[in-house]
Design a protein around this ligand. Sequence first.
Ligand code: SF4
Length: 93
Amino acid sequence: MALRVGLFDGHDMPDWRREARSREIPADLFFTEPGEISNYREARLVCAGCPVRAECVDDVLAWERPGQRHGVVGGMSPVQREQVVRARHGGAA
Ligand code: SF4
């Protein structure tokens, strides 16, 4: 199951996902429960060496909506992803 459910539950799994470093890693490394503390350091390290990081970021930014952002995806926190979306849309998410 790994990260697939966390990222793609309710969505088709894209082909690039077969090369994802997180494919066989438990999702809780990337997604904590509400109130649980994590610095996501290990998740960020996994993403840093992922060969499909660019595809992952483009994918998640295309479907994730404000209020849905959770955990580390593409090596970025929810706040960082929100900042990228806002920058791409000239300040409006
Ligand atoms: S960038 Fe990170 S979250 Fe995205 S596929 Fe790669 S390892 Fe998984």
